[in-house]
Design a protein around this ligand. Structure first.
Ligand SMILES: Cc1cc2nc3c(=O)[nH]c(=O)nc-3n(C[C@H](O)[C@H](O)[C@H](O)COP(=O)(O)O)c2cc1C
Length: 278
């Protein structure tokens, strides 16, 4: 079991896993994951928490299908992401949830972000919610089964899960009219590539980045008519992108910090934050 695995390599190998072998997570692995959750829950600056819930193995079918409309099979353990109704920072929520997903990947566990295909009521039965709390994201956590289900194949095809947009659609230089290539990105080519490989809801890849003399500016290019009013799942995707960019930069020894600063304005994109670094 590897926990000091390179974060860049981890980002490269992570893919959503929807078919699990039904085995319980090894005790020492589970303890490590729980330890990480305790740390995150103790230090988070937003009103959110992350816990593991067990699907009761009362009958085979429950473990097979419960709560995910048949999208996930064979998972017993779920990571449940809970947020207070008053909390609006979906960016930070996405950032934290992805940090757990990648840690689980390092522990040899499969995961799959679920923002849509899970049933709130079923999950409320396995975690205790406070009055003002709601579950916004869950993920199965467990061991991948060698042979994926037909449903998994259908889901991956539907969202073109293996595809990512090219650099020319995601990364720009100075303004939206000039694209940024890997050469232009210099030392930041890998952090940007890690943004490109990140998971996103329905694989919409709504993140856009403009490099200017002051830094890398992150924007959300919303998919029209997508998402629900109860949780800003595309802002959540920006949090995932932030985590990938920052941790890849960290690993490469590139220092910097996040701040809202003067940035190019692009009418159809929502500005989120900027990375100031060198
Ligand atoms: C915020 C978020 C919500 C998601 N919701 C679902 C979901 O409800 N059901 C599902 O099967 N996959 C869901 N996914 C997984 C994406 O479809 C998947 O990450 C994307 O297709 C890219 O594939 P990959 O994760 O294998 O790289 C979600 C991903 C994210 C980041």
């Amino acid at each position: 079991m590897e926990t000091n695995q390179s974060i860049i390599e981890t980002m490269k190998i992570r893919t959503s896993v929807r078919t699990y072998d039904g085995q319980a997570i090894a005790a020492d692995t589970l303890e490590k994951l729980n330890e990480r959750l305790r740390t995150i829950n103790a230090t988070t600056t937003i009103k959110a928490r992350f816990i593991l819930g067990e699907m009761k193995d009362t009958d085979g079918n429950a473990v097979k299908k419960l709560g995910t409309y048949g999208v996930i099979t064979g998972a017993r353990t779920y990571l449940v992401g809970i947020i207070d109704q008053s909390e609006t920072d979906a960016v930070q929520f996405g950032y934290l949830f992805e940090s757990i997903v990648l840690y689980a990947t390092q522990l040899g566990l499969g995961t799959c972000w679920l923002g849509g295909t899970f049933n709130q009521e079923d999950f409320k039965k396995i975690v205790r919610l406070g009055e003002s709390e709601k579950i916004v994201i869950v993920s199965p956590v467990g061991y991948r089964k060698d042979r994926a289900t037909l449903m998994e194949g259908i889901m991956r095809t539907m969202v073109k899960a293996n595809n990512r947009k090219p650099w020319t659609e995601l990364f720009f230089n100075q303004d939206k009219t000039q694209t940024l290539d890997e050469e232009g990105a210099g030392g930041y080519a890998i952090p940007l590539e890690m943004v490109r490989l990140a998971p996103s809801a329905s694989n919409k890849q709504p993140w856009r980045v403009i490099r200017s003399d002051t830094g890398f500016h992150f924007y959300l290019c919303r998919t029209k008519g997508y998402g629900s009013a109860s949780y800003d799942v595309q802002m959540n995707d920006l949090g995932i992108a932030k985590y990938h960019f920052e941790k890849a930069a960290d690993e490469l020894g590139l220092s910097g910090k996040w701040d809202k600063i003067d940035h190019p304005v692009v009418e159809e994109w929502e500005y989120v934050t900027s990375w100031q670094g060198n």
